[in-house]
Design a protein around this ligand. Structure first.
Ligand SMILES: C[S@@+](CC[C@H](N)C(=O)[O-])C[C@H]1O[C@@H](n2cnc3c(N)ncnc32)[C@H](O)[C@@H]1O
Length: 339
């Protein structure tokens, strides 16, 4: 059977072309996850680039899995000369606009963020319907958390920048209030080594009042200021199913550490990765994106390996470097905790 996937449009045509290659990798990862092997290629039709998939007829469960693609606008089934629309992007748990409304310099594009979560999930032992908990240890103003929330997952966002996590919390509260989502907000103090503590801003919410009352739809979103290398001081158990982070690009965000290795970002990652790995569940996966002008892909993958993670290679997980803007060529690395 032949399927054609129409990508979500991006206002920058140069990025759109790059995003199509990411979509190709994402569709391959999702096909593998839902147990179908498909040949995927880019095709131009009516002046638009599409992804063409050739595989066995997809089941309802497989279509549901593909509907999670961050880049997908509509999936069509080809019947002779006509195209039948069969699936569009999955319904967001809270609202499609949640990760998109807040705009600021240094924000990670929300489609790309959703893609990172998908790659991590596909590499992991977990599925979209599992009660997943996501960590972004460099969450900024929370794009990863809002994408995770829209998948119906709980999440924790940490960042060294207090103002960023405060703004993410204020925005999320306003969003819940504006849309009338039932929720609770509380401050939780978590103990750390050397008599220190971490002050969490914790939201519990649900997509509808009934599932908030009976507890079945309750999810949490927690935010705190924390240095990336201190995560395992707060989370001493392997709690997280997925970790996703867009590392500082070294353009706007420069990590404030003394240089010991090649660059400050290398120092930071070298110290932080073992801490992140400790709080990742067995079968869980990490997806990191980074500016290859500030840290080389082989260094990131080497550090993942050194931290005890199994780095993913293959068509869905390799050759993901893409242009973002002047001075930023981004790459992506994915690794799994096997034991
Ligand atoms: C590329 S930005 C992430 C943006 C985020 N994904 C968003 O959309 O808002 C990188 C983040 O790393 C944070 N950061 C830099 N050094 C850090 C450190 N040592 N520990 C924790 N976070 C750090 C910065 O404050 C910044 O928010």
């Amino acid at each position: 059977m032949k399927y054609l996937a129409l990508p979500r449009p991006h206002p920058n045509s140069r990025y759109q072309a790059e995003a199509l290659r990411l979509m190709e990798s994402e569709i391959m990862a999702l096909c593998e996850k839902c147990g179908t092997s498909s040949s995927v290629e880019i095709q131009s039709r009516a002046g638009v680039d599409w992804l063409s998939l050739e595989c066995e007829t997809l089941t309802a469960a497989q279509l549901e899995c593909l509907s999670h693609s961050a880049h997908l606008y509509v999936l069509f089934e080809q019947c002779g000369a006509s195209l039948n629309p069969i699936v569009s992007r999955r319904c967001a748990y809270l609202g499609e606009d949640l990760p998109a409304v807040l705009k600021y310099k240094g924000k990670t594009n929300e489609v790309f963020t959703a893609y990172m979560l998908n790659l991590a999930l596909c590499a992991s032992d977990f599925g979209f319907d599992d009660a997943v908990t996501v960590l972004d240890p460099m969450c900024g103003r929370g794009t990863t958390l809002f994408e995770a929330a829209n998948n119906g997952w709980s999440c924790v966002g940490l960042d060294a920048d207090q103002a960023a996590v405060d703004e993410a919390g204020r925005y999320f509260k306003k969003y819940l209030e504006y849309h009338g989502f039932k929720h609770e907000q509380k401050r939780v103090s978590r103990t750390m080594a050397q008599k220190r503590s971490c002050q969490m801003n914790e939201f519990t919410y649900a997509a509808d009042a009934a599932s908030f009352r009976d507890g079945s739809g309750r999810r949490t979103l927690s935010l705190a200021k924390l240095e990336a290398q201190d995560v395992s001081q707060v989370y001493r158990q392997p709690l997280f199913h997925l970790i996703a982070a867009d590392l500082p690009y070294g353009v706007q965000h420069a990590p404030s550490m003394n240089k010991k290795r090649g660059t400050a970002i290398e120092d930071l990652l070298y110290e932080a990765l073992p801490s992140w790995t400790e709080c990742l569940r067995t079968g869980g996966a990490v997806c990191l994106s980074f500016n290859e002008n500030t840290i080389k892909p082989e260094i990131v993958r080497g550090m993942m390996s050194e931290a005890g993670l199994d780095v993913m290679y293959g068509p869905a997980y390799s050759d993901l470097r893409h242009w973002v803007e002047q001075a930023i060529t981004r790459d992506v690395a994915v690794a799994v905790r096997r034991f």
